[in-house]
Design a protein around this ligand. Structure first.
Ligand SMILES: [Zn+2]
Ligand SMILES: [Zn+2]
Length: 142
């Protein structure tokens, strides 16, 4: 069980089980929504994610053309997680959690990114993570 939450503490989240993957994303949207040079994410089963509090939902069409919803603390604005919305309106089976919100730093040390996406937009002073698969754009997900 991994637990985390936003900067002000009003939204808490946890997931059971193991993340499917850990990934860095260098896309422009991730830079904007995190305020950092890239996002560090855990991809988990949506069914394994439990949220307390009322995150603010922000819909947007991603660079890859998907309908995406991102969730933020309504008070302090911390980016929490995002997921794809299917054409029929259902939530995707996987959710992308912003890894920096977890309380236990050990989890972040242990989950070395296994993949980096949108590397075309990686800042020039950053090096690829050793051993992580590199994709210039979106990960070709099933
Ligand atoms: Zn907050
Ligand atoms: Zn991104």
């Amino acid at each position: 069980m991994a637990v985390g939450g936003c900067f002000c503490g009003k939204v808490r989240i946890e997931y059971s089980g193991q993340p499917l993957a850990s990934a860095l994303c260098h896309c422009l949207d991730c830079r904007k929504l995190t305020g950092g040079p890239y996002s560090f994410n855990f991809i988990v089963q949506t069914a394994d994610l439990h949220v307390s509090g009322s995150p603010k939902e922000v819909p947007k069409t991603s660079d890859s053309g998907n309908a995406i919803k991102n969730y933020f603390c309504p008070d302090c604005g911390t980016p929490l997680y995002g997921l794809k919305i299917k054409p029929n309106g259902d939530r995707d089976e996987t959710t992308v959690i912003r890894a920096g919100i977890f309380d236990n730093v050990r989890i972040l040390h242990e989950r070395t990114p296994v993949v980096e996406i949108y590397t075309e937009q990686r800042l020039k002073w950053l090096s690829p993570i050793e051993g992580a698969d590199q994709f210039t754009g979106m990960l070709p997900l099933p």
